[in-house]
Design a protein around this ligand. Structure first.
Ligand SMILES: [Zn+2]
Length: 160
């Protein structure tokens, strides 16, 4: 028997990617009182979003379970800078590109609430470790395919 849980809560599509899509689609509006409105197809009028609340089911369900991670609307509204940063960090193909991306966002990140900064920092570290491991692997492969210093141009009976 399948558990009765809406598939949108169980699928693993990323909140950050969804948040970036909401930002890019122009669905995030800020109010003068510091709250945000994030438009959605599921609910006419959109959700009212603050640092500590959102009307969406995802937020309410996780809140009830004691999980304080931001929902995609909070990422899109309050954590927008961090969401954009994380999306760019994931695209960085080299350590240098990763560091440049981190620097580019550093100043804008200082004003963000800690929850977003903490997740962005851990995404940075994860990406850094992955890229560092890749470059170590590249260096190792380079050594393996280089002719040995003592090589006289043959490998066994095979000329190389
Ligand atoms: Zn939400």
């Amino acid at each position: 028997m399948k558990p009765y849980i809406n598939s949108t809560y169980t699928n693993k599509t990323d909140r950050i990617e969804k948040a970036v899509a909401l930002i890019e689609q122009g669905k995030v509006y800020s109010h003068h009182n510091g709250t945000f409105r994030v438009l959605t197809e599921r609910f006419a009028g959109g959700y009212t979003v603050t640092l500590t609340s959102c009307d969406c089911d995802d937020f309410e369900q996780r809140q009830a379970a004691g999980d304080n991670a931001p929902c995609k609307h909070q990422w899109a509204a309050i954590g927008a800078t961090a969401a954009m940063l994380i999306a760019d960090l994931r695209k960085a193909a080299t350590l240098a590109a990763l560091e440049a991306t981190g620097k580019q966002y550093a100043r804008a990140m200082t004003t963000l609430p800690e929850v977003f900064k903490g997740i962005a920092r851990s995404e940075y570290r994860k990406r850094y470790d992955a890229l560092a491991a890749e470059s170590r692997e590249d260096a190792r492969l380079e050594i393996l395919i280089k002719p040995q210093p003592k090589s006289n141009g043959t490998y066994g009976a095979i000329e190389i």
